[in-house]
Design a protein around this ligand. Structure first.
Ligand SMILES: *Cc1c(COP(=O)(O)O)cnc(C)c1O
Length: 395
């Protein structure tokens, strides 16, 4: 199967669908599902993926910023969209125009947003973000005496004009870790519930209360509340490979490239920039047109492998901006334009993102979203191409 592309991400739409259904099945029937599509749907392609999840019946989508939200609207997706991150209050007209829900991170910010909305005659939907222990954005509520003023601030936010308060949420810092007797996630959850309880006593109620990311969805079902925010699990990957779960998840993305040239080199040939690798014998090498500008980290030089004809082969010498070199001395029948698997499956061999992440001391999340826009996305169903998307040519 060759698409005559230089380097491409193969997105398995059946896997995306199955993963969504697996999550829908384990989440409380009454809880809604918010699909997190930030960073271009974790690199998979937010335009296509947003339409797919809309079709499957997702309730909400989430992104990190307003550009990502508008991109999804331009794909004619009508689901409610929550911006999880910061949007400057000067952009309130855009929020309103595109019907995008904004996260409110402080009383100050809420006032600014309200003033701008009032000035231009718009109203904006918002969710209030409580910081229950992540210590990133949000109104701090960590059950300390001094946090009682947060309750008053939330009350004040709810009284501001031209803001429609649609929900309240918090984010867990460690839900991908195992529970123990002093579970930090449980502490955060209790902080969140306490705040909601106190607000309720003051007659402030929220239609949508949510806290669970992938880690919490898999390990702490009692935290589902009104909605869960599913991110990495939708793409078929665990937030942490140590999590034990029976939930069926299938990685949706594979990265493939091709062989551009094959050469026989003599013993003691210096391969690639700065001669960091010399062949120890006469060798056969394959040049591959993928490099760090495609988002394949240069730090993988001399560490990672790729798969050709079902066999893992080492990368030798430095990874370049646009190319790298494989030692294929041990593999039979390699030809020009032969498919190379960067991660994913070929025959009996598999390279996982977790394997690659551990080589560079990072996590699967980062590797997914640093794959560059130079890499064509190919959306497949039952091994047939549904659509391709090339960011450089925009079609
Ligand atoms: C990214 C993000 C999520 C999803 O996280 P996963 O670990 O991928 O499930 C949920 N909520 C917020 C606020 C996020 O930023």
């Amino acid at each position: 199967m060759c698409f005559l592309k230089r380097t491409w991400l193969q997105v398995d739409c059946d896997a995306l669908e199955e993963n969504y259904c697996s999550i829908r099945n384990i989440v409380n029937k009454k809880s809604k599902i918010m699909c997190v599509l930030k960073a271009d749907a974790y690199g998979h392609g937010a335009g296509f993926v947003s339409k797919l999840y809309q079709r499957l019946g997702a309730d909400w989508l989430a992104v990190s910023n307003i550009e990502e939200a508008i991109q999804i609207r331009k794909n004619k997706v009508v689901l409610p969209i929550l911006i999880l991150g910061y949007t400057h209050y000067d952009m309130v007209n855009q929020l309103s125009l595109y019907s995008i829900t904004q996260t409110v991170i402080s009383l100050d910010y809420a006032k600014k947003l309200s003033q701008q909305a009032l000035k231009f005659g718009f109203s904006v939907d918002v969710h209030i973000k409580l910081d229950t222990g992540m210590n990133r954005i949000g109104l701090v509520y960590q059950d300390f005496v001094e946090d009682s003023k947060t309750i008053e601030q939330v009350q004040e936010i709810c009284s501001l004009k031209n803001l429609n308060i649609k929900g309240i949420y918090t984010h867990f810092s460690s839900s991908d870790e195992e529970e123990n007797c002093k579970d930090y996630t449980l502490w955060q959850f209790n902080n969140f519930k306490n705040a909601i309880k106190i607000l309720k006593e003051k007659n402030i109620r929220f239609e949508l209360k949510h806290c669970s990311n992938s880690g919490a969805i898999l390990t702490r079902p009692f935290m589902n509340m009104d909605m869960v925010r599913a991110g990495i699990v939708l793409y078929g990957i665990l937030p942490n490979s140590n999590i034990k779960t029976n939930v069926k998840l299938k990685p949706a993305m594979q990265w493939k490239t091709i062989v551009s040239q094959i050469k026989n080199v003599r013993k003691n040939s210096a391969i690639s920039y700065n001669r960091t690798f010399y062949t120890s014998k006469n060798s056969k090498i394959a040049i591959v047109p993928t490099g760090y500008a495609d988002g394949y980290p240069r730090i993988f030089s001399g560490k990672a492998k790729m798969i050709i004809n079902g066999r893992k082969v080492p990368i030798i010498g430095r990874i370049c901006m646009d190319q790298l070199v494989l030692d294929i001395s041990e593999v039979q029948n390699v030809e020009n334009n032969n498919i190379v698997t960067i991660f994913g499956k070929d025959g009996k061999s598999t390279i996982t993102l977790d394997e690659l992440a551990s080589l560079s001391n990072t996590i699967n999340y980062e590797l997914l979203c640093i794959i560059s826009k130079r890499v064509t996305r190919v959306f497949m169903k039952k091994n047939k191409i549904l659509e391709t998307f090339n960011y450089i040519r925009q079609f």
